[in-house]
Structures are given as C-alpha cells and as structure tokens.
Design a protein around this ligand. Structure first.
Ligand SMILES: [Zn+2]
Length: 302
C-alpha cells in the first residue's frame, strides 16, 4: 500500500471550490496521508486556515508572503501575517513545528522536545485541536521571472521571513525562480541557524541541486515537471540528489504530471510522479513513497 504526502498543494484555491471534497477523497484513495497547503498572501492565509480546519489531521497550513505577491504594501502584509504564526501563547517555548500537530496521524512517537507541561499538545490523540497551527513558513522566496519591479522589496520580505523561520523554528517552504544566486546569498547569512525546509518545484541542474543541498535539513520538492517530456530531472536527480533529500508535491492546481498535463492538478496525481521517480532511481514505487514520506516528516515535524 502506497502512502505519501503532498507537501505543496493550493487546495484552498477557487479551482477546488466546487469539488474539494471529492478531490480529498481521491487523494486518500490514492494513498495521500496528508496535504500541506501554502498561503501566498494575507488573504490566502485565512483561506488556507479555513480549508485546513475543514480537514483536521489531514490538511496542514503553511503561512507566508509569496514573492510574486510582494508589492509596496509588503511591510503591512508581513506585520499582519506574523501573528498568525504564533496563534497561542506557547510560542516562546516552542522548539519545533511538530509539537502543534499530533504525531498520531503520522505514526511518529511523541517528540522528546514536546513541552510536556502543555498537556493539550503533548499527548498522542489531539491532531485536531490546533488546526490553525502552521507547519511551515511559506510559500516565500524570490521570483524574478516576470519582473524585477519589486526586487528590493522581495529581497527584504524574504529575509524577514527567513528570520521568522529561525525565531519560530518553523521550516521554510521556498519558491525560487530566476533568483537562485540571490536566494542562496541570503540563506548563507543564516546557515547553521535555519531549521530546514523545502526548495519547492525544483527544476534546476546538478550544480544548482548541489548548491541548494548544502543547507542541512533542506530537501527538494519534486512534482509534475519531472514527467514532462523535455525535463532533465530524470537524469539530474539520480546524479546529484539522494532520494532522502526529496519530497513530493503537486503545486496543484498547477503543474499536472503527464498524462494529465494541461488539466487541473490534484494530490491523487502524485502517483505519476512517484512512478517516474521510481524509474529514475531504479527502486519501487513503495520505496519512493516511504522514503519521501519519511523525509517530509523529518523536515516538518522534528
Ligand atoms: Zn505554490
């Protein structure tokens, strides 16, 4: 039985308004054991939280300001988003994102770092008590693909959110397009302090992969692009990225894998990505699913 995690899915989007329940049912039937939902701005932080509240113990929120949403109002966006990362008063003693989520749904033992003084968060069976507790800061990053109009603002907003990651110990869900040098320069300033994260939708070459993997407890998010006919990823990944540095994602509704390319993507389609990765690494689908699931748990819950 395949069991996997979709670590990046915009399930709160209006593309899923009409049939979100069926999408979740198909995800469960395909073996998705959890879905992580990233926000892109303040407004979407609230839609992500409300979608996650509808699927407690299954959908988990990630909150942040996406680089393409960084404009002149970025400071006020950030100051409104920041309190959402600390929904309760226990943040000062918080050492890990995992303690806000019951490990039971992930079959993990309680972390020794759990604050046992906080009973509601230290037991095994309260997955649904804190649906608003974010798993990660995301999606954040840099994107100079379309425009550099807000380049300075993007750099400042990203760095600010990197500091949040260090303060809260929540990992980063990073979006990066046409900006790897700038991105790596910022992350290097905090190397050693970062709790970890995902470089989502990785599509680069071997050199770029190695450069990103210099950061401990960071992994590459791999989705539908892997299956595209012209993708170099089936060669690049086995040559430069150990399977224990990969997590699965859809980026749904975008980036649907072959044979669904061009359609709305959804978590059940991750099965196509799993098969392609298995072929590329010469392992079974089950191995890909179990290794990438362990990777996601390590990055997000430990
Ligand atoms: Zn995304």
């Amino acid at each position: 039985m395949i069991s996997y995690i979709d670590t990046h899915c915009h399930l709160d989007g209006e593309e899923f308004a009409a049939d979100r329940q069926q999408v979740v049912e198909r995800a469960r039937a395909a073996g998705a054991e959890a879905i992580f939902i990233p926000a892109i701005d303040l407004k979407s932080c609230h839609s992500v939280l409300s979608t996650c509240a509808q699927y407690p113990g299954y959908c988990y929120p990630m909150l942040g300001l996406h680089p393409e949403e960084v404009r002149s109002d970025w400071r006020s966006q950030l100051s409104s988003i920041r309190p959402l990362l600390s929904p309760s008063s226990k943040t000062s003693s918080k050492t890990s994102s995992g303690m806000n989520i019951s490990p039971s749904s992930f079959l993990l033992p309680p972390s020794s770092k759990n604050p046992s003084s906080d009973i509601s968060h230290s037991t095994f069976h309260i997955p649904h008590s804190t649906p608003s507790s974010p798993l990660s800061i995301g999606e954040v990053g840099l994107d100079f693909y379309w425009s550099r109009e807000f380049e300075q603002e993007q750099l400042l907003a990203f760095e600010e959110q990197v500091r949040w990651s260090i303060e809260t110990r929540l990992p980063l869900m990073i979006h990066c397009r046409k900006a790897q040098n700038e991105l790596v320069n910022i992350l290097k300033r905090y190397k050693g302090e970062l709790p970890g994260g995902v470089f989502h939708c990785f599509t680069g070459n071997e050199i770029e992969a190695r450069e990103l993997l210099q950061f401990d407890n960071f992994v590459l998010g791999i989705g539908g692009v892997l299956t595209f006919k012209k993708s170099h990823l089936p060669e690049v990944l086995p040559a430069s990225v150990p399977l224990d540095r990969i997590v699965l994602e859809t980026d749904a509704p975008y980036m649907a894998p072959v044979p669904h390319r061009g359609q709305r993507n959804e978590p059940a389609f991750v099965r196509e990505v799993i098969s392609k990765l298995a072929e590329a690494y010469g392992v079974t689908d089950e191995e890909v699913a179990s290794i990438t699931t362990a990777n996601a748990k390590r990055v997000f819950f430990c």
